[in-house]
Design a protein around this ligand. Structure first.
Ligand SMILES: Nc1ncnc2c1ncn2[C@@H]1O[C@H](COP(=O)(O)OP(=O)(O)OP(=O)(O)O)[C@@H](O)[C@H]1O
Ligand SMILES: [Mg+2]
Length: 297
């Protein structure tokens, strides 16, 4: 998956300069899809996010990681215009989010942390409804394609109220990608999805990332590593660090940690050959096939 880590082919001089100060890596040649400038959101007297400065690049999948309550969903809610920031600003493809919210939303696809679906409508009706709003030019072939890609084709006539949690998730992800949205925000897209379906969702995200800025959050570290061109770690509403998975591991990783559990077995003379025989404790590595044991004192 290392080839996924460095997607640097896209260049443009007409995009705003990247906010790369916190990254330690130089992405300044990449087109900036979204940039957050001093973004702060205060609920009551508590800051959910505080002074976030970070850029998200076109052609990149950027993952937001962080513990529960770190501020990932809050950041995404501001990115989708659900809430207004307390201070700071968001630029989406050069447009200020606050003053151009309608224009920004035309190019925005969202999969929120909790599915926002209508129980009495079928899978297909959902796609037709959102398709009608976001992509009236959609053909039945494109509709079938997205149903097939997400494995939802056999469930297209079921009402959403009867779908499993994972199926609802897949429908929400499909809706986010309708209409070639340039900014796609996915809040924990694969939570509750089975491993095989998770893998097919990864394929969709990788396939769709070209020409889009994808911002997703996840609690799965394997997923973040495989999918992300960059990872931003949030902690108590602040940006802890940001960079490609390779860069973060190189600069902040402490190598691999291998945990061995020692199984201590007291062997009798009959169990192993007599040269090992003693009443000492032996550590044994058992070979499954020959049921033999290599022993060390
Ligand atoms: N509507 C709200 N009103 C008040 N406080 C809120 C609201 N939404 C979020 N918060 C607070 O803001 C902080 C960040 O919450 P947020 O939902 O953004 O975290 P998160 O990183 O998405 O967590 P999780 O991994 O659990 O989804 C938390 O302390 C939370 O209690
Ligand atoms: Mg959240």
């Amino acid at each position: 998956f290392h080839s996924l880590l460095h997607h640097r082919g896209l260049r443009s001089s007409c995009f705003p300069r990247a906010l790369s100060s916190q990254t330690g890596e130089d992405f300044s040649s990449l087109p900036v899809g979204v940039s957050l400038h001093g973004l702060t959101k205060i609920y009551g007297d508590k800051a959910a996010i505080e002074n976030l400065n970070v850029s998200f690049y076109e052609g990149h999948v950027t993952s937001l990681l962080g513990h529960n309550g770190a501020g990932k969903t809050t950041t995404m809610s501001l990115l989708t215009g659900l809430f207004a920031p307390s201070s700071g600003s968001i630029d989406v493809y050069g447009k200020d989010m606050q003053t151009n919210i309608d224009a920004v939303r035309k190019e925005l696809g969202v999969c929120m942390q909790y599915d926002v679906l209508f129980d009495h409508m079928t899978t297909k009706e959902h796609l037709l409804l959102y398709g009608q709003i976001k992509a009236p030019h959609w053909t039945p072939r494109e509709l079938r394609e997205i149903l097939n890609e997400t494995g939802m084709y056999p469930h297209r006539h079921k009402v959403v109220g009867t779908l499993s949690g994972g199926m609802k998730r897949k429908l929400s992800i499909s809706i986010a990608f309708i209409g070639d949205s340039r900014l796609v925000v996915l809040d924990e897209p694969t939570t509750g999805v089975d491993p095989c379906s998770r893998r097919s969702i990864w394929d969709i995200i990788i396939q769709q990332k070209k020409k889009r800025t994808i911002i997703m959050s996840t609690h799965h570290l394997d997923e973040a590593e495989v999918l992300s061109d960059r990872i931003a770690f949030l902690e108590i509403g602040g940006l802890k660090c940001c960079g490609s998975p390779f860069y973060l591991k190189e600069t902040l990783g402490q190598g691999y940690k291998l945990t061995l559990t020692k199984k201590v077995i007291i062997l009798t003379c009959n169990a192993v050959n007599s040269s090992c025989c003693s009443k000492a404790l032996l550590i044994c590595v058992h070979h499954r096939r020959g049921s033999s044991a290599t022993c060390k004192k």
